[in-house]
Structure formats: C-alpha cells, structure tokens
Design a protein around this ligand. Sequence first.
Ligand code: SF4
Length: 376
Amino acid sequence: MASVASSHAPGGLSADIPVKLLAWYDRHARRLPWRVPPGEGFQDPYRVWLSEIMLQQTTVVTVGPYYADFLERWPSVHDLARAPLDAVLTAWAGLGYYARARNLHRCARVVSGELAGVFPDNEADLLKLPGIGAYTAAAIAAIAFGRRAVVVDGNVERVAARLFAVEAPLPTAKAELKRLAGQLTSDRRAGDFAQAMMDLGATVCLPRQPKCLLCPLEADCRGQAAGIAAELPRKLPKAAKPTRRAVAFWLTGPNGALLLRRRPEKGLLGGMMEVPSTGWRETPWPEREAAEAAPFETDWQVLPGLVRHTFTHFHFEVTVWAGRSKKRHLPEATGRWVALDGLDGEALPTVMRKIIDHGLKQTAILIEAEKMAGDG
Ligand code: SF4
C-alpha cells in the first residue's frame, strides 16, 4: 500500500501553514490606510512605525483618523522631528498612553537628526530607538523591510495558543507562545505573513467566538480539535483595580477663560494639559484638605456628580469644584487662562476632556438656576 508522506513543522503542526495562511491573506487581507496590499512590496518605514506606535493598546478604528491627520501635518520623519512637542501632544490627545507620543517625537528626532531620516532595517537597531519595544521592532523589520521576524501581539498570542492548544495561562505563557509563533513564522513574504497572523486573529480567530469554519488553519488547529479553542488563551485572574480620587478645580478668570496647567513631564499623562486638581489618591478628600490644595482661595462651589475614568491600573473618580478669579496674570506654575473656544487647540487627554464637559454642563445649570432665582 502506498503511504502518503506528511510534512510537519517543529511542534508537530503541518509545515504548509504559512502557505495556507498567505493564500488566505491574499484574498481576505484587511484594507488599512497604513498597508500596501498583499504581495505588493513594502510599506514606507515611517508609515509602518507611525501606525504601529499608534496601534499599541488602541483599536484600528480609533487610529484611522489620527494616522491620516499625522501624515497630513507631518508627511515625513523630518517634518515630525521639526514639530514642537506640544503640537504633537495636541494632535495625539484622545489616543491615550501619552508617553507614546513623547517617545514618538523623541524617536523622530533621533531618526531625523542622527540617522539622516533612515530607519534601521533590523530588529536589534530598531530596538535602540526611543519607544520601540520588541513587538514594534519586529513589526517594522518584517513589514517595512521584509525581514523574518516573530511579530507577536495579542491577536497572534491567541492564534498560537489555540493552534498549539496551550493551556498554560497568560501572562505566564507569553514566552512559550512567542516560541511557538516563531515555529510558524515564514521567511517568505515576511511582512505579509506577520500581517496575515494579525488579521486572522482580528477577523476570524476572535476572542470569544472563533469562526473556525472560515479558518484556513482549521485542519491544523489542536485547540479546535480538542473543543477548547474558545477558552484559550487562558488568563490568570486580574487583580481588582483600586479607585483613586481627586478634586478638580474649575476656575474661570477674566472673560470666562478656564485655568489650565501643564502636568510634569514625567509620569502619568506627562507633559499634557490639565484642569488643576488635588493629588490623586485612594482616600477621599475632606473639604478642608482639598481647599488647601486649590490654586487660589475663592468661594468654591461643589458641582453635583462625579467624573469617572478608567486607566490601565486604576479607576479614577473626580469631584469638580467651581470658582472664579479676577487675576489676569498668573505665575507659570499656577497655569494659564485658556478661552473656552480655544480648548480644542490644547493637549488635553480624554480624562481632562471629561472633566471639562462636566464643568461646562454643571456650571451652565448653576448659572441658569441663579438667573431663575434672580428673576423670581
Ligand atoms: Fe482559531 Fe478556530 Fe482557526 Fe483554530 S481553527 S486558529 S481556533 S479560528
């Protein structure tokens, strides 16, 4: 009887996985603004880098308009390097994880000033640049330069965990999943392969309900064969997030302008603008203690309601106090008056936009109530 030879990749999966995956990618690749279509060569490294930094912790849908806006303002790495940091932070506002924006700017300056605008073409040298970690270095090397690189994001971890039926939980299993993803990684069409893995995870091998019937790798998938695919990757239970609290000071000055100040360069939301506040801590702020942290002594009114926001490691609850000041000139450390119609031009992170929306809404209600009381 004739025997059929089967070829296996290390780890025992079929060696033709890259072929199947690339054939699938040729037909089903997502059309994304920062991509060149499958098989059509390499994307400009500046664009790959910009999109990959933006996509860290952020969805494709959210990134789209920011990516287009950045390219329009700063079409090359030299343009971005010449931009003032504040302009970059302002354009970034709303994307979150603001350290990325500061590193993006630093990296642009290094590439423009020290490397004549040329991004390194390999992972080791890319890793030396500010803000470029293992994932981003691998993605740029593969997508912009066609180098074989093991590009592992959350989507790829999920696909690898299911294909190899890895039951160890994340984050413990991270290194093992990277090793297994490495066994699959193709050196043929390296950029397309990396993006094909990402797309499979993003459109077919979905977190809760993988669409195995549409998957080009179904016949190879051990997780699917064992009936446990949807449960993988397992995750260690997350520690409960603490809640930090603060009082924010909604202070209006001459002509109704609002007091804003810049946060310190280092730390959370570093270098961004903010509505001044007390420190952020878990213990609630008694009124007297909060008043001592206010930028001015004035007749404060506590606005009704709370502003809530969730950061990666904690929930945040903010009470807003409203007050007025007649001072025109302020010491730099106190902040500066910003006209309400000029707020869009400020580098305000999402949590500060929420505080501002709350302040605007509640003070308008307050003014209306005062007017009605006056009329009565
Ligand atoms: Fe994911 Fe299902 Fe494909 Fe396995 S068969 S890789 S679980 S979509």
